[in-house]
Design a protein around this ligand. Structure first.
Ligand code: EPZ
Length: 416
């Protein structure tokens, strides 16, 4: 097991290329099951979660070839089960449920169980499938789905769940008739999946809106596709550059999907310029505490909450951070306090009182975005910060220490 060691206080400078999006690549990999044959996927990020997902698909009979793109061959489907030992390591494995239901008319998928940031049930995924005529049984910790009568339906989601919308949209592509999903998630990753499904021949209206209409078709055909850039990785580098008062340009950045993030950084005094798919952070702004509330897209993303909190730890004045998506997403607070941050939590509100300096210390990562916030804080802290349990980071950040080193950070990865 590795740890990351950071000597803080170095302003980051230079250019960093943003990778493909984890939360688009995972559902798109699942969707390849809908169209038997060879798919060519481009810009697939080299992440631990992607490797876990390909292992899962491999168990179902899918064959892969790596090269300048990823070839995914879904001609064969040997089984329709997503086992507990894989689902427990990565909840996104539940994304095979919709495609298996549509292609094999049956599925056996382990219930994901809770995770560090919340209970995260999948009741809305199952309720939507039942509305589409799928017989759902929960047995021995597994969802057993019998979908011989899969048909279109009108589904009103109580919450605009991201993977829930994705699962139902995928199931609907091959269902008899039309499905309408109301209060659908509008995250750009959902739209990227819809873009891939359309390339396979699916009939989808309202992409990017809260009402998705899917007209079922009899079959889908493989098509080449390039995964969108990762807006959360981009936001993470914005925070790293801003907290070190550096001059950094992000290239291949999904600027159009970062409006809420860019607005909040600008409001906090970070000097930013954008053009096409580039964002540049300039030194010289006065970092000031601003309040933020996480919301479904196009609101401020919950996946940027921890990183923004790290920034507010060294801003002038106070900031109130309100987490409205997950009930337990402040696990990074106690670790940031080990670096000298002044934060008090009450319910889903955290009050951050900015300090002039943070001091390096050993800290522990608890989940993917929490670990990114500790690295960001470590880049600004005086002295040495050690971040432990970085397997969390590897799940969602491609070559993080290399990229930060290229920007001048004194950072290295080493065995514990
Ligand atoms: C996706 O998770 C992302 N994961 C998460 O990113 C992200 O934080 C989240 O959306 C919100 O933006 C992937 O795309 C793989 P939700 P998901 O269903 O789909 C409740 C990261 O850091 N809910 O939109 O699991 C749920 O408990 C990860 O990359 C139900 O109650 O999130 C939560 O409170 C972390 N019942 C809220 O809805 C359901 O059936 C939103 O969850 C489904 C969800």
């Amino acid at each position: 097991m590795d740890k990351i060691v950071i000597e803080g206080g170095v302003p980051l400078t230079g250019e960093v290329v943003i990778s493909g999006a984890k939360n688009a690549a995972l559902p798109i990999l699942a969707a390849t099951l809908l169209a038997p044959g060879e798919h060519r996927l481009f810009n697939v990020p080299p992440l631990a979660d992607i490797r876990t997902f390909t292992r899962l698909l491999g168990k179902l009979g899918v064959r892969f070839q790596n090269g300048d793109h990823l070839t995914v061959d879904t001609s064969r489907l040997d089984c329709y089960e997503a086992p507990y030992e894989l689902v427990k390591t990565m909840r996104a494995a539940v994304l095979v449920l919709g495609p298996l239901v549509a292609r094999a008319h049956r599925a056996r998928v382990s219930l994901p169980g809770g995770c560090a940031i919340g209970a995260r049930p999948i009741n809305l995924h199952l309720k939507g499938l039942e509305a589409m005529g799928v017989k759902i049984t929960l047995k021995e910790g597994y969802v057993e789905a019998d979908a011989r009568g899969l048909h279109g339906a009108e589904i009103m989601l109580e919450i605009p769940t991201v993977t829930g919308t994705e699962n139902l949209m995928m199931a609907a592509t091959l269902a008899q008739g039309t499905t309408v999903i109301k209060n659908a998630a509008m995250e750009p990753e959902v739209a990227d999946l819809a873009g891939f499904l359309t390339a396979l021949g699916a009939k989808i209206e309202g992409i990017g809106t809260e009402v998705l209409t899917i007209h079922g078709v009899s079959q889908l055909t493989p098509a080449p596709y390039s995964i969108m850039a990762d807006r959360i990785e981009a936001g993470t580098y914005l925070a790293a550059a801003a907290i070190t008062k550096g001059q950094v340009t992000l290239t291949n950045a999904p600027v159009e999907h970062l409006t809420a993030v860019i607005d909040k950084f600008t409001e906090a005094g970070v000097r930013l310029t954008t053009d096409a798919n580039r964002i540049t952070v300039h030194p010289g702004g006065t970092l000031t505490g601003v309040d933020v509330r996480t919301l479904p897209y196009p609101g401020f993303p919950t996946d940027m909450q921890a990183q923004f909190m790290a920034l507010m730890c060294v801003a002038r004045g106070a900031a109130v951070i309100t987490e409205t998506i997950f009930e337990n997403r402040f696990m990074h607070v106690s670790e940031l306090k080990r670096l000298g941050a002044d934060i008090s939590v009450s319910g889903n509100h955290a009050v951050v009182r900015g300090r002039r300096h943070l001091q390096g210390a050993p800290v522990m990562a608890t989940d993917l975005r929490a670990s990114a916030s500790l690295v960001i804080a470590g880049l600004a802290a005086q002295g040495t910060t050690e971040v432990h349990r970085i397997y969390h980071l590897d799940r969602g950040y491609a070559r993080l220490t290399e990229k930060l080193s290229t920007l001048g950070a004194r950072i290295r990865r080493m065995p514990v």
